[in-house]
Write a protein that binds this ligand. Sequence first.
Ligand SMILES: Nc1ncnc2c1ncn2[C@@H]1O[C@H](COP(=O)(O)OP(=O)(O)O)[C@@H](O)[C@H]1O
Ligand SMILES: O=P(O)(O)OC[C@H]1O[C@](O)(COP(=O)(O)O)[C@@H](O)[C@@H]1O
Length: 315
Amino acid sequence: MSAGAKIATVTLNPAIDQTIQIPNFAMGEVNRVASEQSDAGGKGVNVASFLAQFGHKIAVTGFLGKDNAHPFEQLFGRLNIDDRFVRLAGATRVNIKIVDPDKQEITDINAPGLTNCAEGLAALEDAIDQLAANGTEQFVLAGSLPAGLPQTIYRDLISHLKGLGKEVILDASGPSFAAALDAGPDIIKPNVDELSELVGRNLKSHEEIITAARAVTGGRVGLIVVSMGADGALFITEEDVLHAMPKGAVVKSTVGAGDAMVAGILHSRSEGLPLADLARLATGFSLGALGEIGPHLPAQEVIKAFAADVVIEKL
Ligand SMILES: Nc1ncnc2c1ncn2[C@@H]1O[C@H](COP(=O)(O)OP(=O)(O)O)[C@@H](O)[C@H]1O
Ligand SMILES: O=P(O)(O)OC[C@H]1O[C@](O)(COP(=O)(O)O)[C@@H](O)[C@@H]1O
């Protein structure tokens, strides 16, 4: 077993992102595709590939369908990512992303995923334990759950990992996110819609968002990052709240912007950056992802230049 991935990402429901560009996309009409591309993705897979591009040694696990594992294996091979995915019978889902460059709109069609993941749970737990025993210190749990897994799975994994003294970063939504908060993940990154769903009302002002974020976490989460699309993100700790506002965004596709932010948070922490610099660089990662079609990042210098222009305000 190769030693040394300090960070591992867990993607229970990865996806092949099929991105099609359709100028002036019209529902209910015949549409012509201008270009298309296919990328191995899903939240934890994207976080891993972004971090690997920044020079981190990363391991990945979760569930992959055997029938179409090749694009994932190619990605992991190319980026030297340690592949600990559990293989299951069937095919990993294909998610469709319709990018309309004229209207500047992106339509996401996310499929439900494999239905037999419960069969692989013991193997997944083994893979996680092996990583933990082999020196992985931070685990990123990210994305939706495929059918058949209990909504308590993130909560249980977090409790287990915290018991082993590991740090956990969670990017989830819906009931699995709500249940997981009890276990005290170290960092969470909901977007404002996910946080609104959690509290059962539409959160609008920064003040409402901050109050709700602190209320639902009850002091159990060290860093809460609430991303708000074009309005940037709030970085909330017990002591501080910062608003990071992106400037000069060129939006080709929003797919992967949230995952890039998670990767930027982890990278910044590995560099020991203070909160304001972390917020700046994490936003720079997102801006990098926005300028690419599919879950890709530009060169590090480009991301650092984006980060330099981010406006940080202490609230
Ligand atoms: N249209 C946009 N213009 C400028 N920045 C954006 C835009 N969409 C996303 N971002 C940046 O990317 C970050 C993450 O995007 P967001 O859409 O909030 O996350 P998610 O993909 O998880 O829903 C935001 O906090 C912001 O910094
Ligand atoms: O697991 P979910 O919530 O269905 O999301 C999966 C989708 O999210 C992505 O990881 C992109 O996520 P973000 O846009 O939030 O960064 C895609 O690669 C994938 O198709």
